[in-house]
Design a protein around this ligand. Structure first.
Ligand code: ATP
Ligand code: MG
Length: 270
């Protein structure tokens, strides 16, 4: 599907988020059509993860970044539920604890990286260390500006060890975010999700967009590219992420491993 390639940002070229449409419907006729493909994809993902696990040599890391209320949680619920929990681990990264702050910024990240055969999902990630940290001024520029290169080297290390790194930015408009945050305030079942920090991040919307554009420019070498997912419509977001993951896992061409020992002569089990 050629629209999947379209989501991938070209490496090391300036990217303007303004030029990417969060309302893009990716050419789907309607929601029903997209949801039927989503169902097919979920079945395929289950199968592909089973192979990855059986092979036990390579792994997949999916990094989810977005502004608040862009749907990271929803995407995890709808798409990653395809995977067997036995081989899939989701790690949310919140503001670092005192212990985490006493280490280098990748310390807490590295230990959550996937083992061979596993899928790991990062709900936020080391990119917060050049996003929130930069925008909110939580560290001096001399510290965060070195991190782009450190991140590239870290991701190269993972890739050289058999991890495929997929970086997703869920792209919503500022207006869509307002509607979603308002809906959270009004809905007793979702009110608990609302936080003052969301409003603060919203005030810095432009600064965050600029910080993201810098990330895309400096941390998007062709081996671990960024994908910008149009996310104003949840069904577009889900079908896009699932299609992309199917493609990425298919490209690994994972074959079922041979039995661990020679089974010649065994024909039945009493
Ligand atoms: P939700 O959609 O449920 O709100 P969330 O990912 O926004 O999920 P929160 O607990 O609301 O979760 O927010 C986590 C906060 O932690 C974010 O504001 C994020 O910027 C911040 N954060 C994460 N990593 C870092 C970091 N390394 N340094 C500073 N802040 C960080
Ligand atoms: Mg939040």
């Amino acid at each position: 599907m050629n629209w999947i390639r379209r989501l991938q940002l070209p490496p090391e070229r300036p990217v303007s988020l303004k030029s990417l449409d969060p309302d893009d419907d990716l050419g789907f006729k309607d929601r029903t059509e997209a949801e039927s493909l989503l169902q097919t994809n979920l079945g395929r993902l289950e199968e592909l993860q089973y192979r990855l696990f059986a092979e036990g040599r390579r792994s997949l890391l999916v990094i989810l970044q977005a502004m608040d209320a862009a749907g990271k949680d929803g995407a995890i619920r709808k798409v990653f539920s395809a995977f067997n929990p036995q081989g899939c681990r989701v790690t949310p990264f919140k503001a670092p604890t005192a212990e985490e702050l006493a280490h280098d910024f990748l310390w807490r990240i590295h230990r959550a990286a996937p083992a061979q055969g596993e899928v790991a999902v990062f709900n936020r990630s080391h990119y917060e260390d050049v996003l929130a940290v930069r925008v909110l001024g939580l560290a001096p520029k001399a510290v965060w500006s070195r991190r782009y290169e450190q991140i590239n080297r870290f991701e190269s290390l993972l890739m050289e060890n058999g991890t495929t790194v997929v970086k997703l930015f869920l792209h919503i408009s500022k207006d869509e975010q307002r509607q979603r945050l308002e809906a959270r305030l009004e809905d007793p079942a979702r009110r608990w999700k609302f936080s003052r920090a969301d409003l603060e991040a919203r005030r810095y919307w432009k600064n965050y967009q600029t910080a993201y554009e810098e990330v895309f420019r400096r941390c998007g070498p062709s081996a671990a590219p960024w994908y910008v997912i149009p996310a104003n419509r949840k069904w577009v977001r889900n079908v896009a992420i699932s299609s992309l993951l199917v493609q990425v896992l298919e490209e690994l061409k994972i074959r079922m491993p041979e039995p661990r020992e020679n089974l010649m002569g065994i024909t039945r089990v009493e």
